[in-house]
Design a protein. Structure first.
Lengths: 146, 498
């Protein structure tokens, strides 16, 4: 799509939709990850696959417009979340990386568990997205593939 | 909370912070600060281990054979301290030595990645976890060795990368087979299970051979050393100093750990192999070094020869032999790094490291000459420097162990080391500068006064060498205690599994 004015509206719209579906699905995988197949790593890979499809069709500039932040910032915030999840148990004098859980009952939902593994997984999710996008965007910029 | 995870969390903290900070000066300041904090933590762990024998942390509160354990005994605490000393010196040195472009592109992030991997490997009590820390360390080193993308650098990087990937493959394949046979990954648990098998070795040989080959490649031992001299002279000098000080030594550390926990149950098979690997590394490393005319290549070949000393100390498998091996490992880390640091200064001053084109560096800056003298002749084994004590302990252990021939070979190799170091000393520091090289442009005399970050790092290491040589007796006493703990692996097993 670079030098000739070829523009495929159907492809562009489908890819935008496709990216949204993948990102939403990745959130689903992230949240179910602790006891079922899924988790931060695979969710991050799926979300970044969506972003890469978007970048292939729309170019890296458009991708950077929709993700708003530098990919390095994703890595940094993800690592901070991992650090927080690892360090929280130390504050209440348990061993490092021990899982802390809150258990409550929500009227419609039923049993509801929330714990530090979710923070950890979110951190992994962000790091994976950040790393993959950093690699792919820099390769695409070097190859002038947009 | 136990103090052990702090050794891993400190580099991790730096990695997070440096991603948020954009200013290069702030980053440099932060990197030196955290290197000092890391040294403080290492000293604290050493003193804690010295008073309470061993420390452990069960990560995530999962008990020992199932969860991931971090263990520090005297040996790992000693290695932590030595690597912290080396890392602090190289960090201070890098602030001035590494060019602005690399610093701007987060050079220190990757050195801290290496530090995190090294600290983690020294503390790992779980063999798969050890593999993971190796990978963390290798990721950082892969990036550092190709960072900047100069032509020569990429050539070295490819050799380094491929050989290290192969060694990781062997290592992880060995772990897989071992896990299939034993059903455990915790090193203490594995050692306990090995002790129950009696003389029934054939079941485990493939996995143990794979592990040994993996560590031998990482540690640059005799048949597998060729990647090291092919790659260590290509990256910026500070990077090769860091690699020379830390990376191969982690391979050797793991080999000693694996040997004392698993392999010695079948030592009728392993002991001759280890002994000959050590002897041949020692001899071949030192003889090939004599043929080289590149400053850093000579030093790279000497890494192989020095690693051989450690390995023969391990092969004696007595308290004195292991103590000598541990002492020598520590001595070698600081001395070898400091020679590379001096090579970095020579490269910065003259732009070349070819011995034939160099000369008269002693008059250029006397202090750097003295620093090279201290570190190189510590490697060669002159008293009162640390190398003398190290070699003395190794040779004494050999004679006590009735391995007179090995001890003679070690002495002989020491002579050749002295020859190589004298060669560098004469060619680089004493002889007059060759005329034809600098006839057209007169090089400026001493670009800067003998202060600055580079020389601070180097002086720090030189002081460490002198301290280790002069106070060799208490340090050797500590190493002896560490060796006793290593030999008595029941203590390690009980401590981890209790």
């Amino acid at each position: 799509m670079n030098n000739n004015n070829f523009k495929n509206i159907i492809l562009e719209n489908i890819v935008t939709l496709f990216m949204k579906v993948m990102v939403i699905y990745s959130f689903y995988l992230l949240l179910r990850g602790h006891n079922n197949p899924g988790g931060g790593f695979i969710a991050g890979i799926i979300a970044s696959t969506g972003f890469i499809f978007f970048a292939i069709i729309h170019g890296t500039k458009a991708l950077q417009n929709i993700i708003k932040f530098q990919p390095q910032l994703f890595i940094a915030s993800g690592l901070s979340l991992v650090f927080i999840a690892a360090f929280l148990p130390v504050i209440i004098s348990k061993e490092i990386l021990t899982g802390l859980w809150i258990q409550t009952k929500i009227p419609v939902w039923g049993e509801f568990h929330l714990g530090t593994p979710l923070i950890f997984d979110t951190g992994v999710f962000l790091v994976v997205i950040g790393v993959i996008l950093t690699i792919v965007i820099s390769i695409m910029e070097v190859l002038k593939w947009n | 909370m136990s103090v052990l995870p702090l050794a891993i969390l400190t580099p991790f903290t730096f990695i997070i912070l440096t991603l948020f900070i954009k200013n290069v000066r702030t980053r440099n300041f932060l990197s030196v600060t955290l290197a000092i904090i890391n040294l403080g933590i290492a000293i604290y762990i050493l003193s804690a281990v010295n008073s309470s024998e061993m420390l452990k942390t069960q990560m995530g509160s999962w008990p020992a054979p199932y969860g991931i354990t971090l263990v520090a005994d005297r040996f790992s605490a000693f290695m932590l301290l030595m690597s912290a000393v080396v890392f602090l010196a190289v960090t201070i040195y890098s602030v001035q030595s590494i060019d602005y472009e690399r610093l701007k592109n987060n050079y220190f992030l990757f050195t801290y990645g290496i530090l995190m991997g090294v600290n983690g490997s020294f503390l790992a009590g779980d063999i798969f976890n050890l593999y993971v820390w190796f990978e963390v360390m290798l990721m950082g080193s892969f990036i550092l060795i190709s960072f900047g993308g100069e032509r020569a650098q990429l050539e070295g990087a490819i050799k380094y990368l491929i050989l290290n990937l192969i060694s990781s493959l062997f290592f992880v394949a060995g772990i897989g087979i071992l896990y299939g046979k034993m059903g455990s990954l915790n090193m203490a648990d594995l050692a306990y299970k090995f002790s129950l098998t009696g003389d029934f070795p054939s079941l485990f040989e493939p996995s143990l051979i794979l592990l040994l080959v993996g560590f031998a490649i990482k540690g640059a031992l005799f048949p597998f050393f060729f990647w090291l001299p092919a790659s260590y002279h290509t990256p910026p000098p500070a990077v090769s100093a860091l690699f020379a000080g830390l990376l191969t030594k982690v391979g050797i550390y793991s080999l000693i750990r694996i040997y004392t926990l698993f392999l010695h149950y079948y030592d009728y098979f392993w002991n001759p192999i280890i002994l000959w690997m050590g002897i041949l590394s020692m001899v071949i490393g030192v003889i090939t070094a004599t043929a080289q005319f590149d400053f850093r290549k000579i030093l790279s070949f000497h890494i192989i020869s020095q690693v051989g000393y450690v390995i023969i100390g391990l092969a004696f498998f007595t308290v004195s032999g292991l103590a000598a091996a541990i002492f020598f490992l520590g001595h070698n880390m600081i001395s070898k790094t400091n020679t590379f640091l001096v090579a970095g200064w020579v490269h910065r001053e003259t732009g070349t490291l070819n011995l034939k084109n160099l000369g008269d560096m002693f008059n250029r800056n006397t202090l750097w000459g003295v620093l090279f003298f201290i570190s190189a002749f510590s490697l060669a084994g002159l008293p009162p420097l640390s190398g003398f004590a190290g070699k003395y302990l190794i040779i004494k252990a050999g004679i006590e162990n009735n391995q007179i021939l090995v001890a003679m070979v070690a002495l002989f190799v020491g002579l050749f080391t002295l020859f190589s170091m004298v060669k560098i000393w004469i060619e680089v520091f004493w002889k007059n500068t060759p005329k034809q090289e600098f006839s057209e442009k007169e090089l400026p005399k001493a670009k800067y006064l003998p202060f600055g970050y580079m020389i601070t790092g180097s002086i720090f290491l030189a002081l460490a060498i002198i301290v280790m040589g002069v106070w060799a007796e208490p340090i050797a006493g500590f190493c002896e205690k560490a060796a006793t703990d290593l030999l008595n692996n029941q203590k390690y097993i009980n401590f981890v599994l209790q």
